[in-house]
Design a protein around this ligand. Structure first.
Ligand code: SF4
Length: 333
């Protein structure tokens, strides 16, 4: 049963949103969805894209979130800012079931009536046609990791159209599969690694096996796989960042549990915790039907884990290291 959840379901999801023969990807129609109610600007790109405002300041008392602001500003040679507009496209499927997810379930199960097939070229054409388009594209979902071809084809299209020097590409990853290595050729892996304006953010869906399972709806043993997958991406040479969701059903012995998570990150690279940002969970319209009392409690008490995270980082790193820009933390030495 666990093998089925960890192996067959992601493959099944992948097959529903990718046509290898035509190079088409199934993207969500955001216009008219429940998600659109939470947007500050109306969906664009014919209803299949949205603008997201990434903000450095998350909330009072919470850690700043410099992603993808600092990596993008560094790559494009822009001044560092506190807010950046990004063009988001969403792959229409996900193999996880995060209760706090702001994407409605209907946009994560490859429904024909809420999605459309696009080649990477068609997607980029709709983006370039937008007046004053952003200089960052975020390939999101759903789970874009299920179809790494989407990322490679987008890179190749940006190169082909001569805009890859001016556009920064960012993609999300849930660390639940090794599809990048399973489905991309050696040539594509090289292309991936050498593409200049790209950053990948991998989301650890919990700080231990029980918070992972609570947050993602996946079996606890998959928690450990996340570290293996992250390590492989790092070995490939990508510019890699992390998020960690620190909500849990219970926060007992939180200092020690967060400490063990930070230990695990440091077995991959001693500086890795400095490239990982704890995500604050907020309620959104689509989450109202999924949240129960235990989820609301997890939201209310997530600051306990945030305090433990800060303590761990302050005990392991110098002030200078803690103040270094996330994009200047070097994981490749
Ligand atoms: S991985 Fe992302 S898209 Fe999928 S359910 Fe979780 S938060 Fe939503």
């Amino acid at each position: 049963m666990q093998t089925e959840i960890s192996e067959k379901i992601p493959l099944h999801c992948r097959q529903k949103v990718y046509r290898p023969d035509t190079g088409q990807f199934l993207l969500s129609m955001i216009a008219g969805s429940e998600q659109a109610a939470d947007l500050s600007t109306p969906p664009n790109c014919g209803g299949y894209g949205r603008i997201h405002h990434f903000r450095r300041r998350v909330d009072t008392g919470w850690m700043d979130d410099p992603l993808p602001i600092d990596p993008a500003c560094k790559a494009l040679g822009l001044s560092y800012v506190d807010m950046l507009e990004t063009q988001v496209f969403q792959l229409a499927v996900c193999n996880l079931h995060c209760w706090y997810c702001f994407v409605p379930n209907i946009l994560k199960c490859a429904q024909a009536e809420t999605s459309q097939w696009f080649t990477a070229e068609e997607m980029i054409d709709t983006f370039l046609k937008e007046k004053n388009h952003t200089c960052i594209i975020d390939l999101s979902g759903g789970n874009p990791e299920l179809v790494p071809e989407w990322i490679i084809q987008t890179m190749k299209t940006l190169d082909k159209k001569g805009v890859s020097e001016k556009i920064y590409l960012w993609s999300d990853d849930t660390l639940t599969t090794d599809y990048t290595f399973q489905f991309l050729s050696k040539e594509d892996l090289n292309y991936f690694k050498n593409y200049r304006n790209y950053g990948k953010v991998c989301c650890f869906k919990g700080f231990d096996s029980s918070s992972f399972s609570f947050n993602s709806g996946l079996p606890e043993n998959m928690f450990y796989k996340q570290f293996e997958h992250f390590h492989r991406y790092l070995e490939l040479g990508l510019d890699l960042y992390g998020y960690v969701t620190i909500t849990a059903e219970d926060y007992s012995e939180i200092d020690g549990r967060i400490g063990e998570f930070v230990d695990k990150l440091q077995t991959i690279h001693p500086l890795l915790p400095l490239r990982v940002v704890p995500l604050k969970i907020f309620p959104f319209s689509p989450t109202s039907t999924r949240t129960t009392e235990k989820h609301m409690r997890a939201i209310e008490q997530q600051s306990l884990a945030a305090v433990a995270w800060k303590k761990q980082l302050h005990s392991r790193f110098s002030t200078e290291q803690l103040e270094t820009k996330i994009s200047d933390i070097n994981l490749h030495s």
